[in-house]
Design a protein around this ligand. Sequence first.
Ligand code: ZN
Length: 480
Amino acid sequence: MQKTSLLVAFSLLLFASNSFGQQAPPQPSLEKINQQSITETIKFLASDELAGRDTPSPGLDKASSFVADRFKKAGLDPLGTDGTFFQTTTKATAQAPRSATLSNDGQPLKTLGVLSANQTQFKHAGPITLVDAKQLANQKFTGPVTIVAPPFNQRSSNNSFTSLLKQLAQQGATACLVQVAPKHRLIGRSFRASQLHLVDEFKGLEGPVILIPPAKLGNVTIDLAKQVNGSAVVKNVIGVLRGNDPDLAKQAIIFSAHLDHIGIGVANPTGDKINNGADDDASGVTAVLTLADAYAANPIKPKRSVIFMTFWGEERGLLGSRHYAADPTWPLQDTIANLNLEMLGRPEPGAHGKTWMTGWNQSDLGKLMEQGAQQAGVLVFEHPRFSSMLYRQSDNWPLAEKGVIAHSFSAGSLHKDYHQPTDEWDRLRLDHMTKVIKGLFAGSLPIANGEATPAKSANRRPGQPLVPIQKPPFKAPKEL
Ligand SMILES: [Zn+2]
């Protein structure tokens, strides 16, 4: 749709009202949600200059400063620590050596990467046990073991790999050689498995975790230098647009997205090794920044306060959002809803200009958003697979665990460029993203204005794992 016809459409909508009876989104706000500025923002966030925004990294620090500047320009008040936009914390880090010296029956054995090391130098000489990862029950180990890593592509499998290492440790393994096929996804992880990974993800196994090519192992020697310990400062970025109603301003809704991504990995066939994370999750951050501009441009301030936030360390296990949930800068009991935005730029076939919400049945937030979003012609729906599968996989979850109505909104799927150097900004559907952001604005406005208040579902099942529903293929919801 062309810009002029959009303007006409939204001018007409100004006079319409939705089922809550409130006016449609104001024009100055909608003008802030335009494809040109969205493109400029995401081009920067997903640029090589930020080197994939790893936690921690200079690229992520630069991105945090950019977000804080934008919050300031939008006119938000700082809501970090000490009157700044930053909620900073210091994390212990550990850096594994990049390679180990290995041999197998006297022949040198190649190292494909080191995922984890020890506090001290690690040495082993002797036979090594091949362990079948599927038949671990009741086995006991007394030294290093080797496993053949299964092929996997998704984050859920990363979690099972971490649990496998923990189980090996509990059963006595002191180190693990992981045999991986060429291009196995763990190889990409190894060179960025420095720092927080070792501390937060692989702490189950105290000994080293070393990647090697498939090999029949006999007498193996391992010589690995110790890890280098240090610390890093990491930051959530938080700003608030205070509400204009004396009572309702104490309540807030939070728009959030994770600013971090997975940094630099191994080069793909084109030689690109920067995981730019355009969709994951520069698209969500761009939406947070654009929504801040739109809310701030509203001539009448919303009655409730609106908080805008970006997290560090999502890719390391929801670390930034866990930190916020444990030490919130706005009382959680006055946090009406968290709308976390994840991967908005790559719609599935048939889902152009639409967005789905995770944990659909946990509250009526999806239904409320759907009613408002219709003002912008955007459908908010329950995805048959991902709405339940991904409810606990993003930064909404630490807040949901604390009892806040917290959901993620997304527009796509785990596409082939997910966590790859090819997740670039020019592969995004920016027209679709623009439309969805308008929908999120129109959808949330009645809540920000105090005309609607989301409620938890009576029939939700807290604490019960949400089992992924396998209902492929994805069927696009009906066009509006
Ligand atoms: Zn993400």
